[in-house]
Design a protein around this ligand. Structure first.
Ligand SMILES: Cc1ncc(COP(=O)(O)O)c(C=O)c1O
Length: 436
């Protein structure tokens, strides 16, 4: 913290005073887990909250503070927490035995539901995370095309396996030999670079892997015609188009592919389809997915002890059945309301803030202009986002430390009103900072 150190220090003091038990727990946790956590994005300074319970739109920490949850476990809890109907279905499944090495009626029901719902998915396979979904989709694409490289977007998050996590600029990990030779990186919203790469290397490239809307990278929407252009380029150069809809499936009944009217060859899913339990799935064209058919010689193996287990699928089916167009539209209109409230506050100030929003997902950036790719989000003032984040926590609003906000279907007008007031208060306190 540089320029705004003193302001931040005051907010940190308030945070520590409000959350002494979380501080204690963090100190204990630090003895056993590096950074006191087991998932990088859960950490923020000075220490993350310890949450005791989550219900509906709210999180409750062990100090008894209540937060409106505008993060929803990074978009996955689309109906909020401990939803009665979903919990009932999961509990019923718990009593029937949770996982066995055989098929279950829920696998058939859920695969039918998702095949009917998502335009590109004609056949599907379940796994246990979005990480596995993108890993298997890439493996399927490489096997199908008999090519070994992919194109992915700069700064895109597709999970934690090596091909997904490798990124020349942002990752400090040392990867197994030759990983980088299998990946070409292009900025999001830049189809020209993709065409250049394809014109030189199409013989080597199996697929273009892209989130239709960049999620964790900062809720960056595709420019008009961008996804369509990717579809055309994939066809022209005979590579597959893979949509990572792990976050964006919530945007429409059939995900972002339905919203933008562009159908990929393969789709990766996770988060909402698990109803709060670990999940992943990938699916697409029959001729590609049929490679996984174990009744055929030379089939493509797909393991996973807990693939399609009864609890996850029961909760997932209930979640997706509940997520109808009315609920999606309700989330979208509440999101517009919140966006407008924040914009109104920002207009009255000289703080360089922009909001990017698609449906019920948005991101706040401390930039002059809306970012169109990940590199542009890096212009966002990191100190200001840290200050806003802690000010919001101190006032009971829970968002991602990097500014990701998303809604759940159980949120009400009152939640939006409260959040709008808190944003106003927090941003107004920050205004003098920029008057120096
Ligand atoms: C777009 C995208 N793809 C893949 C993943 C990985 O999913 P999981 O955390 O279930 O492995 C994520 C997780 O945030 C994601 O946002």
């Amino acid at each position: 913290m540089g320029l705004y150190k003193d302001v931040y220090k005051k907010d940190v003091e308030t945070y520590i005073n409000k959350t002494p038990e979380s501080k204690n727990k963090y100190e204990i946790a630090n003895n056993y887990m590096p950074g006191g956590e087991t998932r990088s994005v859960c950490f923020h300074k000075p220490y993350p909250l310890t949450i005791e319970e989550a219900r509906g739109a709210y999180l409750y920490d062990i100090d008894g503070n209540r937060y409106i949850d505008f993060l929803n476990n990074y978009t996955s809890m689309v109906h909020g927490h401990a939803h009665e109907h979903i919990a009932e279905k999961a509990q019923f499944a718990l009593k029937k035995g949770t996982a066995y090495a055989a098929t279950i009626p829920e696998k058939i029901q859920f695969s039918e539901l998702l095949c009917n719902r998502v335009p590109s998915i004609k056949k599907i396979r379940f796994c246990n995370s979005g990480t596995e979904a993108t890993m298997f989709a890439i493996r399927a694409a490489c096997t199908f095309t008999k090519k070994t490289s992919i194109i992915k977007m700069d700064g895109a998050y597709h999970g934690t396996h090596d091909l997904a996590a490798w990124d020349s600029r942002y990752n400090t990990a040392v990867f197994p030999k030759n990983i980088s030779q299998n990946i070409y990186v292009a900025p999001f919203n830049d189809s020209e670079t993709i065409e250049q790469i394809l014109s030189l290397h199409a013989d080597d490239i199996a697929a273009i892997l892209v989130e239709p809307v960049m999620g964790v990278a900062g809720v960056i929407p595709p420019n008009e015609g961008y996804l369509d252009k990717l579809r055309k380029l994939a066809d022209k150069y005979q590579v597959l188009l893979i949509f990572d809809e792990v976050q964006t499936l919530r945007l429409d009944i059939g995900g972002a592919q339905e919203m933008y009217g562009v159908t990929p060859d393969l789709t990766c899913m996770a988060k909402i389809i698990g109803g709060g339990f670990p999940v992943g799935a990938f699916g697409g064209k029959k001729e590609i997915m049929n490679m996984f058919d174990p009744s055929k010689d030379g089939f493509l193996a797909h393991g996973g002890t807990f693939n399609g287990n009864k609890v996850t699928l029961s909760a997932g089916i209930a979640t997706m059945q509940l997520l109808d167009i009315d609920k999606i539209e309700k989330m979208n209109s509440l999101s517009i309301e919140l966006e407008n409230k924040i914009k109104k506050t920002v207009k009255q100030s000289n703080i360089p803030v922009t909001l990017t929003r698609v449906g019920s997902m948005m991101n706040i950036h401390f930039t002059e202009n809306k970012p169109e790719n990940y590199a542009e989000t890096l212009h966002s003032n990191k100190e200001l986002i840290d200050i806003l984040h802690i000010k919001l926590l101190n006032r009971g609003i829970f968002i991602a430390p990097r500014g990701l906000i998303n809604l759940s279907t159980v949120m009400t007008q009152q939640n939006i009103q409260e959040a709008g007031d808190v944003f106003k208060d927090a941003l107004q306190e920050m205004m003098p900072l920029l008057d120096r």
